[in-house]
Write a protein that binds this ligand. Sequence first.
Ligand code: GTP
Ligand code: MG
Length: 449
Amino acid sequence: MFSTEDSIVAIATPPGRGGIGIVRISGPSANAIARSLLQHPSPLRARHATHTRVIGRDAEAPAAFDEVVATYFPSPHSYTGEDVVEISAHGSPVVLNAIVAGAIAAGGRLAAPGEFTLRAFLNGKRDLVQAEAVADLIDAVTPLQARVAFDQLDGTLTRRIGEIDGTLFHLLARLEASLDFPDEGYHFVEPGAAALEIEGVIAELDDLLASGRRGRLVREGATVVVIGRPNVGKSSLFNRLAGAERAIVTEIPGTTRDLVTERIDLEGLAITLVDTAGARATLDRIEHEGVTRAAQARGVADLLLVILDSSEPLTPDDERVLRETEGQKRLVVANKSDCGPAGAASAIAVSARTGDGVDRLRCAIRGALLGHETMRDTAAITNIRHIALLEDARGNLDAARSAAGDAGAPEEFVLADLQAARARLDEIVGTRTSEDVLQHIFERFCIGK
Ligand SMILES: Nc1nc2c(ncn2[C@@H]2O[C@H](COP(=O)(O)OP(=O)(O)OP(=O)(O)O)[C@@H](O)[C@H]2O)c(=O)[nH]1
Ligand SMILES: [Mg+2]
């Protein structure tokens, strides 16, 4: 299914116009295809920028249509591990499409999404974790997301998993030796010691999994929903946090009737902030629909901001909102601190009008979502596929530990469970991953990557 026999071509730069656009060609005939497009008399020098021109494919009168710089990366020292030629032309879609069309006419095939990175994986240039990190790095919307993705691209997670796998391998080897030489009356590893070692590996997996929840927040972002009774200043605070006058603010209770969303970067966290209609019983059909939508938004929130108005006593509507959200992750915010005494001691006092306390609120949001440690050197794992496989491996190790601690259980049981755990780890880095999983992973990429 994944053929690497042919040569693939695609525009590697984003769609649209720009100063420079790059067409990438990879595969056994990349060099020949490129040369048929270029007006360059001698062969391209490896890893040298060659200034030349691209020519049209009209055999009668092949006219040059742009000045380009072509770079030839012979296999295996290229992104994909194959022969690669990159042609940097002016960033005109017309020019770039003409180069791609010329490459296809010369025997190339248009690359599928992610196919360059897939080939890099298939040729052993990158493991699966690193290939997935390429997509994450390209998709990153905050600097923190980019840094975590680059860490994985750099191999941090791969090394960590390699170490864990190494420990398991060492243990397996000794257990097998004990099985192979039972008559010598000599255990290469005592069952009790094996259980302890497995325990240690479980602790490492737990450590990694604990970073996963926070890592996922960094990678996928979080939804923060602003709720409260009408007129407490939800939309005003929403606008403050968004840094733009997105939602309509008036002194009339019931102003907001729909969900208003805005993506914000909150100290590196990608947050989808949602403003909602004020919670109250209403006969107005439009407002009623807004209140229903607000309730739905509550259901999908990673964090709720429950807004109170510190210039007024709590109303029954406030009390109902507080009661209903008790079990959910929330921050209680006392707004309008500029014109009232601070409300409940546990509430965060802010003023959407003056901006007072808003920085503290930002910190509190980040803290509520991530915990207060910094992300440095910790978020090794962000991807739900990795998390699921690590959890499976942990399950296998649990079983292995029980079997190792149970004098009656045959050692083969321990071996089988340890092998199953290693297989899960292999799947993460891609040493044994089925084709449909690969297909699914690389479909996420865009063409040219
Ligand atoms: N003094 C003061 N007034 C505020 C503050 N925040 C909002 N207001 C005022 O409170 C009124 C209501 O503000 P909104 O932001 O529309 O309130 P809301 O909670 O979105 O109201 P609904 O959309 O009706 O549910 C407006 O007149 C705002 O100017 C604040 O921090 N201090
Ligand atoms: Mg509003």
